[in-house]
Design a protein around this ligand. Structure first.
Ligand code: ZN
Ligand code: ZN
Length: 377
């Protein structure tokens, strides 16, 4: 446990707390109970678990138990640390009473129904109309737009993804299994500086590639088949997300054409997305290319998702999203086409909106997906 040495992790906290306070004022809340570990980390820099933050106009508190007391005192520089003796629910009630909080906002997508009911029961006092009210997305909206320090961390995680992809391509050969390749990728990432991986590496081959998020199996790679690798790294808690599809030798059947359709769709989106664009319009840039090829029924998921402290966060880039893409947002552009029993293709890059346009943070080549067959095995 040490004081964070990376200045990048501490520079933004006062600005973030200020922005939360503005949102509280607008929504008529006296205090926000922050329970999401990523949101707690974003606001106060604390990286442990089992902790809640309480932000009000004149105060920011990290409430945690004795296991995390020392770590919290080292990491939290712009708020108070309170060590709870009777648990977080008890602390929430006492904090609300001490601070004269009347409306306590909570994250309805994070706190369980039973926890909310328990807090509600504890904060009730005769003669005082004290309420706990849902306040969704306050911190998530701030997190969606990254500052330079966050971008540097995501860029480092993106570069690790690019590099492990090159390493993975050097290993792929007939007879290697999905599970073996996934394990090699995970090992390389951890040995070369990634923090805990944001998700288990996905490697699918042949017909398995038709399943967007299948777990790697003992299936062996064979000539002409697609191999989809979906992987990410973390640096300082920030994630990257990256997918490439390759073929071991020249692609079989129609999947080579599908590859170029998916690539064209992704490039259309990367070229066309602008700051200020509605998310459904961004999704449509890629989807229209896939529709023109008659494959839109095989592109079942949205175009992308925000990436940051969490692997899936705001904004949602899909046809149903109400989000608007803003300067400084980091998200994925990941069209895919999945043909049952045949296979699938997905190409994914983590990108940022900078100077109004898309700039890719993952940059590994995708023009040529063919890995030459090796004669050595
Ligand atoms: Zn991915
Ligand atoms: Zn993704």
């Amino acid at each position: 446990m040490s004081r964070p040495t990376n200045r990048a992790e501490t520079t933004g906290f006062p600005g973030r707390l200020k922005a939360v306070r503005q949102a509280l004022k607008q929504k008529g809340l006296d205090c926000l109970l922050v329970a999401s570990p990523e949101n707690v980390r974003y606001l106060l820099g604390f990286t442990g678990s089992s902790s809640w933050a309480f932000v009000s106009a004149d105060d920011a508190v990290l409430a945690t138990d004795s296991r995390y007391a020392e770590q919290a005192r080292c990491q939290v520089q712009f708020g108070r640390v309170c060590v709870t003796e009777r648990g977080l629910i008890d602390f929430a009630a006492r904090h609300a009473a001490e601070k004269g909080v009347r409306t306590l906002g909570f994250e309805p997508n994070i706190l369980s129904f039973s926890t909310c009911r328990a807090i509600e029961a504890r904060i009730a006092e005769p003669c005082i109309d004290r309420r706990i009210v849902p306040a969704e997305g306050i911190v998530e909206a701030l997190r969606a737009v990254k500052d330079d320090a966050e971008l540097a961390l995501i860029q480092a995680a993106a570069t690790l993804a690019d590099r492990v992809y090159v390493h993975a391509c050097s290993l792929i050969r007939c007879g290697m299994t999905e599970r073996q390749l996934a394990l090699e990728i995970e090992k390389w990432l951890r040995e070369n500086g990634s923090g805990p991986l944001p998700f288990s590496v996905i490697v699918t081959s042949g017909p398995n590639a038709a399943l967007p998020h299948a777990e790697p199996t003992d299936r062996e790679f064979a000539q002409g088949e697609p191999i989809v690798m979906d992987l990410g790294a973390t640096t300082g808690g920030y994630c990257s997300d990256f997918t490439r599809t390759v073929f071991l030798g020249e692609p079989e059947g129609s999947l080579g054409d599908v590859y170029h359709t998916v690539l064209a769709a992704q490039q259309e989106a990367i070229r066309g997305i602008r700051a200020g664009m509605r998310a459904p319009d961004a999704d449509e840039l890629a989807r229209s290319v896939i529709r023109r090829a008659g494959l839109d029924a095989a592109f079942g998921h949205g175009l992308g998702h925000g990436v940051g402290l969490a692997i899936h966060e705001s904004p949602t880039v899909s046809g149903r999203s109400t989000d608007v893409l803003l300067e400084g947002m980091v998200f994925t552009v990941e069209p895919g086409v999945y043909l049952p029993q045949q296979g699938g293709v997905r190409i994914e890059d983590t990108v940022v909106l900078r100077d109004g346009v898309v700039q890719s943070l993952t940059c590994a080549q995708k023009r040529d997906p063919v890995i030459p067959l090796r004669r050595t095995d």
